[in-house]
Write a protein that binds this ligand. Sequence first.
Ligand SMILES: [Zn+2]
Length: 416
Amino acid sequence: MRSVHSPFVPPGPTRWGPDTVAAMEQCASVEREVDKVLQKFLTYGQHCEQSLEELLHYVGQLRADLASTAVQGTPLSATLSLVMSQCCRKIKDTVQKLALDHKDIHSSVSRVGKAIDRNFDSEICGVVSDAVWDSREKQQQTLQMAILEHLYQQGMLSVAEELCQESTLNVDLDFKQPFLELNRILEALHEQDLGPALEWAVSHRQRLLELNSSLEFKLHRLQFIRFLAGGPEKQLEALSYARHFQPFAHVHQREIQVMMGSLVYLQLGLEKSPYCHLLDNSHWAEICETFTRDACSLLGLSVESPLSVSFASGCVALPVLMNIKAVMEQRQCSGVWSHKDELPIEIELGMKCWYHSVFACPILRQQTSDSNPPIKLICGHVISRDALNKLINGGKLKCPYCPMEQNPADGKRIIF
Ligand SMILES: [Zn+2]
């Protein structure tokens, strides 16, 4: 199964902060221990193989000697019985030696464990007090749903189904349907089958246009290019397919002209013409990205699963939160962090984690939430509902900024 996730945001230049450098050094020191174990294991394997091989050969020879003695019917000679007892000792010694060497690997393995303990904080749970979470049952359910969504999104449908059964989660078809459809179409696109994607794009044409999506045009273009790749005998088919471009003529005029121009070179061979870029395979990767992005946005799904976004954010936020925890413990003010929806400090996650604007009430200096939304007063100033309620005096409200007097009921909730 292929992944629905498409990293179409090109990675920007990376700057490592001091925390990241320290974390990388920690990883490297654990890795060094792992490498030692692997090296030991490899050497042990080779040595073990060789010793056993030698032993087998030795025993085999002895067996042959014994067999020939038996055939001759002569009693066991003193030499042979000495060789036999030597053989038994040799077997015992080899096995003991191998067992000893094997034990030696154990100590290297336990050194890896110690390196992990030494380099990483094992008590991540302790970073956040239990008070900020929902009940354990609710937590587990939320986590299971997040994992499930991630699996569906990554196209790992059979694993998702298995998890559903094992966790006895009740997932209705409405939840899975968009993922199943997306995956089916993407699978086809990966096989260079445009049919299902075109069908989907045509049936969602209006909504795609509202999103300024050029998915349908790009799909038709790819189908046209396919005809071009077929050479001169496909010229008529290509020309007749070109009528599909008509609805997009005003937006994609330039690209349509390029495609029409390429027809001139069909006899000569497109691959040797100035239009050879049309045959580039990258168009297929591009169409998968366009489809994923536009279909996700139309179906109200995020391109990256909430689980992978949360995980990546957690990796960034954890070192900061661990520092905060240490500071709070030092100053004995652990009660500071008791809000469910808010971290004790702001943590910068980078532009790609900006999903929507947030509003902090200028009066209470708190981020607004569903239960305490931002309210626009008739003078245009915005404060939180809690602040508004606090400012009401004798049924009247005086704006703390302008200070226009007004009826508190005239304030309107706004959504950022
Ligand atoms: Zn005002």
